[in-house]
Design a protein around this ligand. Structure first.
Ligand code: AP5
Length: 226
């Protein structure tokens, strides 16, 4: 793909993978904007539903609070619905999905209905010791979900989102105990997907421990390379 917009008539799917705190959300938002694709973040969609007290939010809440995965069928239904929205016509950057083999198979089936396949999987490589530091200092916008870090990527005004002026908050699942559980679940259930996509020749590893701008450029290069 040209490093610009997704080409007309092509449904582009790029998966951002990596452990909690690797920078998937930060990079997916930037890259989706640069390529004119939708940013589909299942974690954001669950948090939004929880904040609005919808039926989906009620179903997801106990899992998200404990750092466990929401059941596959619920997650796949959510992704199907989101991919059918107008802003996803050219495709999407998938952030935090798929996370299980069943979700990956479900995604393949869903894409096959559209005559599409996964184009690229970008794995953000960050040393484990760095992940807890990142999550401990993360602040997220309640309104637009933009992500900041109090040291590495601070907002211009404390507690206020640079993008939309919304209020910043710290996620309740970023406490040390829940972060520990999220990492365990990631290693048990999501790490096997890395091998799956590697074996399929779709996986590109990108260093995620550089500055956010350097990582964005590396991700765009990796995506532009197919
Ligand atoms: P989700 O919201 O997807 O959480 P996660 O995967 O644990 O990932 P994070 O959002 O914590 O981290 P990230 O990699 O996006 O990093 P970020 O860019 O924010 O999921 C939450 C929950 O929802 C799950 O636990 C589960 O319950 C449920 N769920 C979601 N999807 C599901 C699915 N498919 N199936 C089932 N359940 C699902 O960056 C982190 C911090 O680091 C920020 O402060 C940022 O500013 C900073 N930072 C980023 N890049 C850099 C850099 N290069 N240098 C320095 N700091 C940086």
């Amino acid at each position: 793909m040209e490093s610009g917009q997704a080409s007309r008539g092509q449904f582009v799917i790029v998966i951002m993978m990596g452990p909690p705190g690797a920078g998937k959300g930060t990079q997916a938002q930037r890259v989706a904007e640069r390529l004119g694709l939708a940013h589909l973040a299942t974690g954001d969609l669950f948090r939004e539903a929880m904040a609005r007290h919808t039926e989906l939010g009620r179903q997801a809440e106990s899992y998200v609070k404990r750092g466990e995965y929401v059941p596959d069928q619920i997650t796949l239904g959510l992704v199907r619905e989101r991919l059918s929205q107008p802003d996803a016509q050219a495709g999407a950057i998938l952030d935090g999905f798929p996370r299980t083999l069943e979700q990956a198979r479900g995604l393949d089936r869903l894409l096959a209905e559209k005559g599409a396949t996964v184009d690229k999987v970008v794995y953000l490589d960050v040393p484990e010791a760095e992940l807890a530091r990142r999550l401990g200092g993360r602040w997220t916008c309640r309104r637009c979900q933009a992500v900041y870090h109090e040291v590495f990527n601070p907002p211009k005004t404390p507690s206020v989102c640079d993008v939309c002026g919304g209020e910043l908050y710290q996620r309740p699942d970023d406490t040390p105990a829940v972060v520990q559980r999220r990492l365990e679940v990631y290693h048990q259930q999501t790490a096997p997907l890395v091998q799956r996509y590697d074996a399929a020749g779709l996986l590109v590893r990108v260093r995620g421990d550089l500055s956010p701008d350097e990582v964005t450029e590396a991700v765009l290069r990796a995506i532009g390379d197919w």
